[in-house]
Design a binder for this molecule. Structure first.
Ligand code: FES
Length: 170
C-alpha cells in the first residue's frame, strides 16, 4: 500500500513510459465521458528515483480516473459521503475477482470491464459488480485538487484493493 503520513500529499500521476518523469493530472485533462489510468505516489517519493519507480509498480496502485458527463446521474452507496471531485471519480483499477486490471470504460453504459473473466462494474452506481464473477465493488479513492490545481488523493482507498485472498497489512 502507499498510505501517506499524516499531512503528506498524495499526488496522482500518469505513466508516460518514463519511470522518472512525473506528469501530474489536472481535472481538465480528462474529457467528459473519458478516462485515464493514474498512479498515486507520496510527496516524499517525488525526489527519490527508486521510490518513484517502486510507487509506479505497487500492485494496488493503478487507479481508473473517470470523468462523468455533466448531469450524468450517479448513485452513491447508502450513507456514503462524496469521494468524487465534481464530475471526476477515481476507482481502483484492480478487479476484485482475481486482480486483473480492468481495461475498458464504456461511457454509454457506465460499465468498467475486466478482460480476464468478463466482470463488469457500474461506475454510475459506485462501481458495484453488474455481471461476472466479481462480488465486491471496486474500491473508490477519495480525490480533490491541491492549491496548484493538481488532482490529489484525500486518503487511502475506502476499502482494501484487489481480491480477498491478497495479503493485507494490518
Ligand atoms: Fe476480473 Fe476475474 S479477474 S473477472
Amino acid at each position: 500500500g502507499w498510505k501517506a503520513e499524516k499531512g503528506e500529499k498524495v499526488y496522482l500521476r500518469r505513466h508516460t513510459g518514463n519511470f522518472h518523469e512525473v506528469s501530474l493530472v489536472r481535472p481538465e485533462d480528462v474529457e467528459p465521458g473519458g478516462f485515464e489510468t493514474v498512479f498515486p505516489f507520496r510527496e516524499s517519493e517525488r525526489n527519490d528515483e527508486h521510490a518513484l519507480v517502486a510507487a509506479l509498480k505497487r500492485a494496488d496502485a493503478p487507479v481508473m480516473l473517470i470523468r462523468m458527463r455533466p448531469n450524468q446521474a450517479i448513485t452513491k452507496r447508502a450513507g456514503q459521503e462524496d469521494f468524487n471531485y465534481g464530475d471526476l471519480y477515481a476507482y481502483s483499477k484492480i478487479c476484485t475477482h482475481l486482480g486483473c486490471p480492468t481495461s475498458l470504460f464504456e461511457q454509454q453504459t457506465g460499465l468498467l470491464l475486466c478482460p480476464c473473466h468478463q466482470s463488469q462494474f457500474d461506475v454510475f452506481e459506485y462501481a458495484k459488480p453488474r455481471f461476472g464473477p466479481a462480488t465486491r465493488p471496486l474500491p473508490q479513492l477519495p480525490i480533490t485538487v491541491d492549491e496548484e490545481g493538481y488532482l490529489v488523493a484525500r486518503s487511502d482507498f475506502i476499502e482494501a484493493v484487489g481480491p480477498a485472498f491478497w495479503e493485507r497489512k494490518s
